[in-house]
Design a protein around this ligand. Structure first.
Ligand code: LMR
Length: 346
């Protein structure tokens, strides 16, 4: 009969063998804005990720150290280290393969995403000033609103600092594919995990364009009137959450979930593979400088951006209406650097 000691040993070595088959890489990820509602949830979800060896969490708010202590005392997952204050920002991003910038200031009732530029530009500026010297090769992904302007703002800033790598700058728009899949799964009464729908355009009420004519697996389809209803629901999801939270906060849990999903995809690329991730990146194929959609990413960054889709007439109209709005918001981001660079910060 097998002894208790031997049984534990057998189980233990099985567990060890199990860990050996995981492709374990030394990947360090930084989360900037980690004491915000979104940031702390992102950090918790990333603590579950076995491809991450070290998690660096940063916030201007000192409570980030408490969040770190909590996470550090959960067994397993990445080692967590916290940083707070401008002088520690370089240490927080140094050696990270991926730097995630999470919105620090939540949107309040009465504000559009577009109006968030003045709140979120300053923290983005700080990172854009820090990365060139302390981690110029990192993938840099931003989830702060307004995505349509903040990415052009960040790219113009990085360009000024001679550190812009267009293959490594991402606006995180997975929230739109996440919502689209969830709503579609409900409509079709199937598990949304198995559904894929490209969502293109930008990330604001009138620029999100879900392509329900491109559902995968392709044996699923919905009617035109269902597509119109679901499109409306996807587009107003952010505002619906804000209203139901009585205007004190915008979506935080779903944002964290989708940032985590985005990160999981990107880690596949950082570990040497290739992945498709919905993101707002440089993309000249639709009449704008930046555009959101499913893009192919590899270990060195974006390999191929989406370039064309078969679309219904309804989707084509939505896209035609979105393009001038995206262009206007891109220009707002680029123009904003004059305003912010003339102020004395940092
Ligand atoms: C969302 O779509 O929920 C996010 O962009 C957060 C917000 O401010 O609405």
């Amino acid at each position: 009969m097998i002894s208790h000691k031997l049984l534990s040993h057998t189980l233990f070595s099985k567990c060890l063998k199990g860990t050996q088959i995981v492709q374990y890489k030394y990947i360090q990820v930084s989360v900037i804005g980690a004491a915000s509602e979104i940031g702390k949830n992102v950090a918790l979800l990333l603590k579950l990720n076995h491809l991450i060896r070290r998690l660096q969490i940063y916030d201007d708010d000192n409570t980030v150290h408490g969040i770190c202590l909590e996470l550090a005392r959960i067994p397993g997952g990445p080692t967590v280290t916290s940083f707070s204050g401008d002088i520690f920002l370089p240490a927080a991003v140094r050696y990270s393969r991926l730097v995630l910038m999470v919105s620090r200031v939540p949107r309040k009732l009465g504000y559009t995403r577009e109006q968030m530029l003045e709140y979120n530009a300053l923290p983005v500026q700080k990172i854009c000033r820090t990365l060139p010297e302390h981690n110029p090769d990192a993938f840099f992904a931003i989830s702060s609103n307004p995505i349509n302007s903040i990415i052009s703002f960040a790219s113009a800033l990085l360009n000024n600092y001679r550190a812009y790598n267009k293959y490594k700058l991402f606006g995180i728009t997975t929230i739109d594919t996440v919502r689209t899949r969830a709503l579609l799964g409900n409509a079709l009464r199937v598990n949304p995990r198995h559904l894929h729908v490209p969502v293109i355009g930008g990330h604001s009420d009138n620029t999100i364009v879900p392509l329900f004519s491109n559902i995968l697996p392709s044996h699923y389809s919905i009617t035109q009137s269902q597509a119109e209803t679901l499109t409306r629901l996807v587009r107003k999801s952010g505002n619906d959450v804000l209203n139901l939270k009585v205007g004190v906060d915008a979506a935080t849990h779903a944002m964290a979930w989708s940032i985590n999903e985005f990160t999981e995809h990107l880690l596949e690329a950082l570990c040497g593979g290739y992945t498709i991730v919905n993101s707002y990146t440089v993309n000249p194929h639709f009449g704008t400088k930046f555009f959101s959609g499913p893009n192919k990413v590899g270990p060195s960054g974006i390999i191929e951006t989406c370039r064309s889709f078969v679309m219904s007439e309804y989707e084509r109209n939505l896209l035609d209406q979105a393009v001038p709005l995206i262009n206007r918001e891109i220009a707002q981001g680029e123009d904003y650097i004059q305003e912010i660079e003339s102020r004395k910060h940092f």
